[in-house]
Design a protein around this ligand. Structure first.
Ligand code: ADP
Ligand code: MG
Length: 422
C-alpha cells in the first residue's frame, strides 16, 4: 500500500469550502451526555486551525457512537438484546438518536477553537445544505452524526455525492476510522480532491515508515488477550520484523502448542497448529521469536489474587498466567535495548490489576529508555502506556485502535487508499 499521500499542505484551500472528516467519536457520560475525554477533539485542532489560517471555510463531520438510523432494525436489535417489545416505540428510538447528537462536540470544539461552531441539524439535509452554502472563510460548521444517515456505513455513493456537493476539497483526519469504507471516510473522495490532515500524515509517516522501510533491527512486541485477534498482525510482522516478542494472554496458546502445561490460562485450542506454523515460519525467515519463559500466575482472575511465579511451560493445573515474570522481562528488555525500531501492540499481562501490571510497565519503561523509534498501536496498549506515565517518552502512539491493528496487518486502509498520491 502506498503511504505517501498528499496533505493539506499540498493543496490550495484559500477561499474554499473544505469537508473535513474528523474522529470526534468521544466518550460521553451516560447520564448527562457530557464529554468525559476530549482528547480526540483536541487532536483535530492543528488541522482545523491550519485550514482556517489558510482562509478556508471548514465543514467538519464525524460519526459518534453507533446510532441505528433504521427504526425496524433498531427494534429488532433491541428485541434480540431481550428488551420488552412493547417498550420499543418510535419515541424511544428517537431518544436513542438524540443521545448521539453532535451538540456537545460542537460546543466543546467551539470552546477549544475560541469561536462559534455552527451545528447543522442534519448531515446532507436542507439545514446542512443551507448552512454550508452560507459558510464564509474562517468559519467552522459541524454536520450531524454521519451515522444518522443509513447510507453512511454502506458507503452509499448518493450520500457521498451529497456530502461532497457542499464542499470543494475533502480532507481526512480521522485515522481512527480509515479502516472503514464508509461514505464520509472513503466514498466522498470519489467526488472531490482528497488529501490528509496532519493526524493521518503523522500516522502514515511514522507507522507507514516503520513498516515499509524500518530502521533495523525491527522488534515487534505482541500481546493482549487472544491469538485469534492478532493472527493477521503476527503473520504480516513475521514478513518484515527481525525479532518478534510474544507476551500477554496469547503466549499460553504458543506455550501449549510447544508442549507446555498452561493450567487454566487463556487458551485458544483452535489456534495451536497456527502457533506452530508461526514458530516454523519464524525459523524459516530467520526471525528471532521470543516467548515468555516465566509467568506470574494466579488461582483466579481477580485484582486481589496472589501472584505466584512459575515456568511458562509448567503452570500448575489450577493456576492461570496473568503476567510475564522477571526472567522474561529481562530477555524482552535486552531485545528492546538493541532495536532500531520497536512496534508494540498488546499489553504483556492483565495490566488493569496492579498485581499483574509489572510486565507491561517494565516493557513500557524499556521502550521509554531506548533511542529506538518506538510506536504503540492498539487501544489498550496506548491506554496502558498513558496510564503508566510513559506517553511522552514514545515516538508515536497511534490514535486509532482498530485502524492501527489493520495497518499492522498490512491491509489496505480504504480511508487512506482514497487520498491523492504524492
Ligand atoms: P490492544 O487493544 O492494545 O490491541 P488487546 O485488546 O489485544 O490489546 O488486549 C488487551 C487485553 O489483554 C487487556 O485487557 C489485558 O487485560 C488482556 N490480557 C493481557 N494478558 C492477559 C492474560 N495473561 N490473561 C488474560 N488477559 C490478558
Ligand atoms: Mg483492545
Amino acid at each position: 500500500m502506498n503511504y505517501n499521500k498528499k496533505t493539506v499542505k499540498d493543496i490550495d484551500v484559500k477561499g474554499k469550502k473544505v469537508l473535513l472528516r474528523c474522529d470526534f467519536n468521544v466518550p460521553q457520560d451516560k447520564a448527562d451526555g457530557h464529554i468525559t475525554d476530549d482528547k480526540r477533539i483536541r487532536a483535530a485542532l492543528p488541522t482545523i486551525q491550519y485550514l482556517l489560517d489558510q482562509g478556508a471555510a471548514v465543514i467538519a463531520c464525524s460519526h459518534l457512537g453507533k446510532p441505528e438510523p433504521d427504526f425496524d432494525k433498531w427494534a429488532k436489535k433491541q428485541a434480540e438484546k431481550g428488551k420488552d417489545p412493547a417498550s420499543l416505540t418510535r419515541e424511544k428510538w428517537e431518544k436513542s438518536l438524540e443521545a448521539l447528537c453532535m451538540k456537545p462536540v460542537a460546543e466543546r470544539l467551539g470552546e477549544l477553537l475560541g469561536k462559534t461552531v455552527i451545528l447543522a441539524a442534519d448531515v446532507v439535509g436542507p439545514d446542512a445544505q443551507a448552512k454550508a452554502a452560507a459558510l464564509k472563510p474562517g468559519e467552522v460548521m459541524l454536520l450531524q452524526n454521519t451515522r444518522f444517515e443509513k447510507g453512511e456505513t454502506k458507503n452509499d455513493p448518493e450520500l457521498a455525492r451529497a456530502m461532497a456537493s457542499m464542499a470543494e476539497v475533502y480532507v481526512s483526519d480521522a485515522f481512527g476510522a480509515v479502516h472503514r469504507a464508509h461514505a464520509s471516510t472513503a466514498g466522498v473522495a470519489a467526488y472531490l480532491p482528497a488529501v490528509s490532515g496532519f493526524l493521518i500524515e503523522k500516522e502514515l509517516e511514522i507507522m507507514g515508515g516503520a513498516l515499509a522501510d524500518p530502521k533495523r533491527p525491527l522488534v515487534a512486541i505482541l500481546g493482549g488477550s487472544k491469538v485469534s485477534s492478532k493472527i493477521g498482525v503476527i503473520n504480516h510482522l513475521l514478513d518484515i520484523a527481525d525479532t518478534i516478542i510474544i507476551g500477554g494472554g496469547m503466549a499460553y496458546t504458543f506455550a501449549k502448542a510447544q508442549g507446555g502445561s498452561v493450567g487454566t490460562s487463556l487458551l485458544e485450542s483452535d489456534w495451536l497448529d497456527y502457533c506452530n506454523e508461526m514458530i516454523a515460519k519464524a525459523k524459516e525467515k530467520g526471525v528471532k521469536l521470543l516467548l515468555p519463559v516465566d509467568t506470574l500466575c494466579a488461582k483466579e482472575f481477580s485484582a486481589e489474587a496472589e501472584p505466584v511465579l512459575h515456568d511458562t511451560m509448567a503452570i500448575p493445573g489450577d493456576m492461570m498466567g496473568m503476567d510475564i515474570g522477571p526472567k522474561t522481562i529481562e530477555a524482552f528488555s535486552a531485545a528492546i535495548q538493541g532495536a532500531g525500531t520497536v512496534i508494540w501492540n498488546g499489553p504483556m499481562g492483565v495490566f488493569e490489576f496492579a498485581n499483574f501490571a509489572g510486565g507491561t510497565r517494565a516493557i513500557a519503561q524499556a521502550l521509554a529508555g531506548t533511542d529506538a523509534i518506538t510506536i504503540i498501536g492498539g487501544g489498550d496498549s496506548a491506554a496502558a502506556v498513558a496510564q503508566m506515565g510513559f506517553a511522552d517518552k514514545m515516538t508515536h502512539i497511534s490514535t486509532g485502535g482498530g485502524a492501527s491493528l489493520e495497518f499492522l496487518e498490512g491491509k489496505e486502509l480504504p480511508g487512506v487508499a482514497c487520498l491523492l498520491d504524492q
